[in-house]
Ligand binder design. Structure first.
Ligand SMILES: O=P(O)(O)OC[C@H]1O[C@@H](O)[C@H](O)[C@@H](O)[C@@H]1O
Length: 225
């Protein structure tokens, strides 16, 4: 295991909840039903793709011009930015700070692969920027998750082979991206939400360097049999 590539929202901090709340406010204003189950489909994908899915759910895909859609996406982002302005270092999810410290001390590469244009701001608010050797956000790639490009770019930036990387995700689209990149996939959530993951943990508190290395080794051994 030479590198670990992290998703941000829902893995490093619970901003996935703020995305849910901000989309929920917009959907309510537009009269579109919105719940946690539907929200699962929005995790890991870009702002514009999320808006398209929400409008399609309300049969409103054709009701708005591109300019209107831009304005709606900006409205959602304004509400999201209001919510994340209160993020502090205490909002790092359990186990993540110690895992980053262990990885850093062991000389293992650390990258961020996030679909969020707010990723760099959030890492700064959490005071975690210094741990990351590479931060790949959606502005640096052509194809978002579930395409593997964002994880492959993270590995390339770190100078490691995808097969030597572990990816950590809380979204189905993210797990697909990690597996498409040929990496070991760790899902955070429930097994039904993390189909295709090599291992699933219920909480980030379960993550540690030794735990990842153990599972990664077993996985690579199985692959070489
Ligand atoms: O709107 P932003 O901050 O650029 O984020 C885009 C996407 O980023 C992903 O990380 C989230 O899982 C999505 O829910 C979100 O829509």
């Amino acid at each position: 295991m030479k590198a670990v590539i992290f998703d941000l929202d829902g893995v490093i901090t619970d901003t996935a909840e703020y995305h849910f709340q901000a989309w929920g406010s917009l959907a309510a204003a537009l009269g579109i039903p919105f719940d946690r189950e539907f929200n699962e489909q929005l995790k890991g994908i870009s702002r514009t793709e999320s808006l398209d899915k929400i409008l399609a759910r309300g049969n409103l895909s054709e009701a708005y011009t591109d300019e209107d859609k831009q304005e709606l996406a900006t409205r959602k982002n304004a509400e999201y930015q209001r919510l994340i302005s209160a993020v502090t270092p205490s909002d790092v999810l359990p186990g993540i700070k110690s895992l980053l410290t262990e990885l850093h001390d062991a000389g293992i590469g650390i990258a961020l692969a996030s679909a969020s244009k707010n990723a760099a701001f959030i890492l700064d608010r959490l005071e975690l920027t210094r741990y990351f050797d590479s931060v790949v956000d959606v502005t640096a790639i052509r194809h978002g998750k579930p395409d593997p490009e964002i994880f492959l770019t993270g590995a390339a930036n770190l100078g490691v082979q995808p097969a030597d990387c572990v990816g950590i995700e809380d979204a189905q689209a993210g797990i697909q991206a990690i597996k498409g990149a040929g990496m070991f996939a760790v899902g955070v959530g429930t097994p039904s939400q993390m189909q295709g993951a090599d291992i699933v943990v219920a909480s980030t508190a379960e993550l540690s360097l030794s735990m990842l290395e153990e599972h990664f080794c077993e996985f690579t051994k199985r692959g070489s049999l």
